[in-house]
Each structure stands twice: as C-alpha cells, then as structure tokens.
Design a binder for this molecule. Structure first.
Ligand code: NAD
Length: 307
C-alpha cells in the first residue's frame, strides 16, 4: 500500500517533464493516465518513455543487477500507463499532476476545465515559477491544490520542490509529501514566491552565463567547462538547452516582475526564443542537437556579441 493512499495518478502533458513523471509514477506501482493534445504527441511521448525504460534494462544487464530494472519490471511499468487525448479520462484519478507548457493562462484554463468536468480530487502543478496561489484559485478548490516541482530528467533526479499555496490544506500537503516518497523522491519544501527556491538561484546563474558569452568573455564551450570545474555534471548553457529556452525565459520574466531588473533576461536568451531556438526539443539552442545529444555549437550564438 502506498504511503500516500493514492492508487491512480493522472499526468497532463507528455513533454520533457510529463513523460518522466508518468514513467516514474508507473514504475512506482501507480496506475497512470497521461493526456496530451494529439495522438501523434502521445505516441512520441510514449516512445520516449519506452526508450527511457529500455535504458534502465540495459543498465541492469550491464551492472549485473546492481542498477536499473529487469525486463519484466519494464513491461509491467509500461503496461500501467494509459495514454489518452481526453481530459475526462483523468477524472477518476486520486491526484493529477499538470505538466503543460509554462503559460499561466493555459494552466489556469486546464484547472478550470477539470473543475467544470467535476474533478474533485488533488491537483498539483509542475510549474517552474507561476504562483501556486493563482493556479489554485483557478481550480476553485485551493485547499486541494499545490505545487510539485520535479527536476529534469525526472527518472534520475531525486529532489522535488513542494510548494503550498496560501490556502493549501495540511491534508493535501501531507498526501503530496507521502506521494513524493512513494515515487522514490525527496521533498524540498519551498514557499510560493517567484521561482521558488531552485529557479531563484538557477535562472540568474544561467542568465549571467549567457552574458559572459554575449560580452565575448568566454565561448559557449568555455562557459560550460568553467562550471564543470565547480563540480557540476553539466554546464549551465547545456542544461538550459535541456530545460528549454522558452521555459528559462518565462521564469526570468516572472522573477523580474516580482523582484526587479536584476533578474532581467539577457538579450541573447530573448533572441534565441524569438528565432524558435528552444534548445534540445527544437534541435537548436546554444548547441546544435541531434535528438537529445549535443552535436556542436550553434554558430549564430558564437557570432552574437554585445559589449
Ligand atoms: N523542462 C524542464 O526542465 C522543467 C523542469 C521543471 C519543471 N518544468 C515545468 O514543467 C512544465 C512542462 O514543461 P516541459 O518542459 O515538459 O514542456 P514541454 O513543452 O516539453 O511539454 C508540455 C506538453 O504539454 C502538452 N500540452 C499543451 N497543451 C496541453 C493541454 N491543453 N492539455 C494537455 N497537454 C497539453 C504539449 O503538447 C507538450 O507535450 C512547465 O510548467 C515547466 O515550467 C520544466
């Protein structure tokens, strides 16, 4: 029996984060229903989950059973996931984890729609920076709403920020903490202020890394190598490409709005998003991407210099 008492988990969005969340929920034994906007997107997302589970089976074989999972465990986990384009198929879930794009109006409309359809259980958002209190108000049952901010890539990263809105009940909070444990993760409580804890630190760090490139102080590769020397496993520009530059820009704007110009997004970050260079998911960001493998530097970024 799960510590949380939850048996069925819904996931909205099967993108970068949603597919990892659905995978981990299913691996943790939960029946999982995931929804997205089209069959095509669902197919791609389910394909990514299958590949990710397959990597764990390979790790199991390579490590002689010390790491990863067996092929049976992979098949069981995959079999627990149902993909649907219909939001109403999530109504009997005990909790829904929303991982739609970082757009306040979209997230609010999803929350309102769930309430209109009669959903009455727990709802959490994986938002990186939108006010939890605002999104809870759109659900109309703020006591049953809070933030559950997973880290990328979800199957590998242990930490999950858990953020109460102003009206989140103790019961909701305790159930979400228990679910975090059920999913093999560690909770990091944070308050409902822009960027919560991690992005309050991380986004200014990336922004400054971009300024170092813009000002010609160091190259993209140089910047990322510097932070490897700090013991980081991946540099800030490559990580930003993984996260999605649109998401980075959105959070920078939210931070600026709440705390002022220190958090203003760098011009190069804005230009890249305007050009549709969103990082790994679009094939181009600070790096050129072949799937989720970096395949060289974006030459336009190397050329872009401001004093
Ligand atoms: N990318 C990261 O590293 C990261 C880390 C932590 C949190 N987040 C947050 O997670 C959320 C999702 O980010 P992502 O990077 O996975 O985005 P993404 O763009 O990769 O995926 C979003 C998915 O939601 C789908 N979608 C759009 N409208 C929808 C709707 N109405 N109903 C159902 N699905 C819909 C899209 O088709 C897409 O598949 C955002 O709030 C983001 O801030 C992202």
């Amino acid at each position: 029996m799960a510590e949380s008492g939850i048996s069925k988990v819904g996931v909205i969005g099967i993108g970068v984060m949603g597919n990892g969340i659905a995978q981990v929920a299913a691996q943790s034994g939960f029946n999982t229903v995931v929804t997205d906007i089209s069959e095509e997107v669902l197919e791609r997302g389910m394909g990514n989950i299958k590949k990710s589970l397959g990597r764990l089976v390979k790790a199991y074989e390579k490590s002689g059973g010390e790491k990863g999972i067996t092929e049976d465990a992979m098949n069981e986990a995959f079999g627990r996931i149902k993909a649907t384009t219909e939001l109403k198929d999530l109504l009997d879930c005990d909790i829904i984890i929303e991982a739609a794009p970082e757009k306040p109006d979209l997230k609010e409309s999803i929350n309102r729609k769930l309430a209109e359809l009669g959903y009455d259980n727990l709802l959490v958002s994986n938002t990186s920076g939108i006010s939890i209190t605002r999104l809870g108000a759109a659900y109309g049952k703020p006591e049953k709403f809070m933030g559950m901010h997973f880290m990328n890539p979800v199957p590998m990263q242990k930490g999950v920020e858990i953020i109460r809105g102003l009206a989140t009940s103790d019961e909701t909070y305790n159930t979400v903490v228990a679910l975090t444990h059920d999913m093999g993760k560690i909770e990091i409580p944070a308050e409902d202020k822009a960027g919560f804890a991690i992005n309050r630190m991380w986004v200014p760090f990336v922004n400054e890394a971009i300024r170092v490139v813009e000002e010609g102080i160091a190259s993209v590769e140089g910047v990322d190598k510097c932070t490897l020397c700090l013991g980081h496993r991946m540099g800030p520009l490559m990580t930003a490409d993984y996260v999605g530059l649109d998401t980075m820009l959105f959070i920078a704007n939210v931070l600026e709005e709440e705390f002022g110009s220190f958090y203003k997004a760098s011009p190069l970050l804005k230009r890249l998003v305007e050009a549709g260079h969103l990082g790994a998911k679009s094939g181009m960001g600070f790096y050129k991407w072949d799937g989720f493998k970096a395949a060289g530097i974006n030459p336009d970024v190397e050329r872009y210099r401001i004093g």
